[in-house]
Design a protein around this ligand. Sequence first.
Ligand code: HEM
Length: 128
Amino acid sequence: NPIKSPFEAIGGEDVINRLVDAFYARVSQHPDLSPIFPDDLTETARKQKQFLTQYLGGPNLYTEEHGHPMLRARHMPFEITPKRAKAWLSCMQKAMDEIELDSPLRTEFFHRLVLTAQHMVNTPDDEE
Ligand code: HEM
């Protein structure tokens, strides 16, 4: 098949691995995010690599191991506020910069992540 999936077009497994590792390195240092993530992000990163692979049209690695993603439901145990969604997206944007993801697909990929992050929000920001 001469038509590449977005997964292949952005560089496949190697690029997803580098992106997700750079992303969780930032998440673990982010004051709004680190409190809700486990200290050891090894398994979280492994699942995110599987998820983003299939999100971009690559092999369905996440579903093969974990079943339907049901992402919003899987995030319900955590307070996902608009502030945390912004922080998550900021870590992802900086991770894309860090690995120099300059694919023409980057804008579209990031825009889909914005929509998905907004969909995960399940708690309002604190009123101060
Ligand atoms: C898991 C936070 C957005 C994909 C998690 C976990 C937290 C979290 C705390 C559990 C980590 C663990 O226990 O291992 C957030 C926050 C978000 C956000 C604060 C801000 C909006 C997203 C988005 C995606 C995503 C946009 C996908 C594009 C995943 C996946 C998992 C996960 C695949 C693993 C689910 C599983 O346990 O199988 N997230 N997340 N998250 N998140 Fe998010």
